[in-house]
Design a protein around this ligand. Structure first.
Ligand code: MG
Length: 257
């Protein structure tokens, strides 16, 4: 590689470091610790901080020295967490206004009911106020994977809900998220937004960052990072991340010195 040296490596979370909503597999945790010994690492995801705790922090068992190199960006970097010497603590969170959140929650429920998508059998809350993001999960946050997969196999149902709600909220970004979800955020918030913020927060230029994600395809939720001009590597799942870190990226960083 003839490009600038790599001074920071950022990762998507779901289906890149771990199966969706699941804890990091042992080989991933081991390789992340080895990576953190060499460079700062960022994890950026549309999910909220509780997911980072459950999926990443509870599995990593970091020394304070390694923890100090880890940057956490839930909800695409509208929230930012760092090690404060004792624990991971929120540095900032950019929240929607109360009026924006109320309008988003009302529009989601109204339109879901109108479209016949307001389910009666659910697992946990359907509507969730994450402060910087409002999320609709048709079957609830804790729905089993099988039920979620069967709910909208073509994506047509959440697409219809997204379109209906977007018309009502022209000043907000309305996106289809995971298999049964629709997310509402401020406009212009995607992983590129978080990576740009990271330039100042970590003091590393985009040219010296590297990103690994499973959805770098056109329309994928990692794609904005590639479009931003950050060097990227696409994986199909955490097994691909393990192979890439072990066989290519760690050796490259060792050679780079
Ligand atoms: Mg992913």
């Amino acid at each position: 590689m003839t490009d600038a040296p790599i001074r920071l490596v950022a990762f998507d979370l779901d289906d890149t470091l771990a199966p969706s909503k699941s804890p990091l597999p042992d080989p991933v945790a081991d390789l992340l610790r080895r990576l953190l010994a060499r460079v700062p690492v960022c994890v950026i995801s549309g999910g909220q901080y509780a997911q980072f705790r459950h999926q990443v922090l509870d599995r990593l068992e970091l020394t304070p020295e390694l923890a100090a190199r880890l940057h956490l960006m839930p909800t695409c970097g509208t929230q930012y967490y760092r090690w404060d010497g004792t624990e991971f603590a929120q540095v900032y969170a950019e929240t929607l206004t109360e009026a924006e959140r109320d309008a988003a929650l009302a529009a989601l429920e109204e339109q879901a009911r109108a479209l016949g998508l307001w389910e009666t059998q659910t697992w946990g809350p359907v509507l969730e106020d994450r402060g910087s993001q409002i999320t609709f999960s048709a079957l609830g946050q804790a729905a089993p994977v099988d039920a979620k997969a069967a709910w909208d196999p073509t994506g047509a149902r959440k697409g219809a809900l997204r379109d209906a709600v977007a018309v009502l909220l022209p000043d907000l970004e309305v996106r289809s998220g995971g298999s049964t979800s629709v997310d509402i955020t401020r406009k212009g918030i995607d992983k590129a937004y978080g990576m740009r913020a990271l330039v100042d927060l970590a003091g590393v230029p985009l040219a010296e960052m590297f990103f690994v994600g499973d959805r770098l395809d056109e329309g994928g939720n990692d794609r904005p990072v590639l479009d931003l001009g950050v060097r990227c590597h696409a994986v199909d799942g955490w097994e691909g991340t393990v192979a890439y870190l072990r066989d290519e990226l760690l050796p490259l960083l060792d050679a780079q010195g």
